[in-house]
Design a binder for this molecule. Sequence first.
Ligand SMILES: O=C(O)CCC(=O)c1ccccc1C(=O)O
Ligand SMILES: [Mg+2]
Length: 368
Amino acid sequence: MKITEITIRHLQMKLKAPFTTSFGTFKIKEFLLLEATDEAGTVGWGESVAFNAPWYNEETLQTNWHMLEDFLIPLILNKQINHPDEVNELFAPIRKNNMAKSTLEGAVWDIYAQQTNQSLAKALGGTKDKIEVGISIGIQESIEELVALVDGYVKEGYKRIKVKIKPGWDVDVMRTLRENFPNVAIMADANSAYHLEDTDHLKQLDAFDLTMIEQPLASDDIIDHAQLQKELKTPICLDESIHSLEDARKAVELGSTKIINIKIGRVGGLTEAKKIHDYCEANGIPVWCGGMLESGVGRSHNVALTTLSNFILPGDTAGSTRYWEKDIIVPEVVATDGYIDVPQTTGIGYEVDRETVEAYTVAKKDYR
Ligand SMILES: O=C(O)CCC(=O)c1ccccc1C(=O)O
Ligand SMILES: [Mg+2]
């Protein structure tokens, strides 16, 4: 294929309910949507998971736009690409900026899957036709509200409940949840809110039989996490710290992580995500697919990736209705009893609803 035309759009989508983590609250999701067209007229879609401020990592929607416009799109436009894995090689001169790279790489994978007449899941080597999913719940005003929310999601059938924690909203919260839901798989995500000095405090979480604790320490750390894991019974799962296969290898070798959360954007695309998956599978490290409050496009990529065999633990890919009044894909992603059926049609397997995309678009630019 040769990509001959690319459109970047900046979209704003109001979340049904604010989502609060240890680093801030999201009310409106702002993100870039990328549409790529090849010389045969096949259209592929990619989504940037960078937020509007550099809280989760250093990338933002604006830095992604700059990287795409000035560096990444020129490396791809009108080049012959035989397989999406080549995109990684074409991007090799550009350091980091993984979310920007992933935005364009995802669209190339979508086109490739359509041109080889298979679903994105099959093109990636996926083996499942339905995936098990969990849900991630932000920090609430009160423990009572949290318990009520969890109760609803457990009744909806979500296979694992993840709760955001931060200092002051942690041990009591997890104790109450465990008391109320003795048989539910529960985990905590700290988004880097603690330090090694908090080890004794965090050890109290061991009493609640949590499936894992996600990214307790600094977002760029793999050394202290190894130290903490020696003290904790609860398995540590790294999120923010893992940007590549090399990071995954080092963290696993050091004993910093027993489980890995793979986010396509954070690791620079589906090719790298697959490499991390394969390495973890060979080394007995279960993985799951993280979420970044994606619209339907990013969500569809997550669904496809989760069909790979070592995505053993339920991920954060909840159904569209959990986030949006109206998603930008048809049909929307539907979770029933904690399962999402993987679409079998070619490419991402969902139609992008252009009218809805236009309604959410606040800026747009074409490249050819
Ligand atoms: O529902 C989702 O998409 C996952 C939500 C989530 O946990 C999250 C949302 C925003 C930023 C970081 C994270 C995270 O996984 O750490
Ligand atoms: Mg996380």
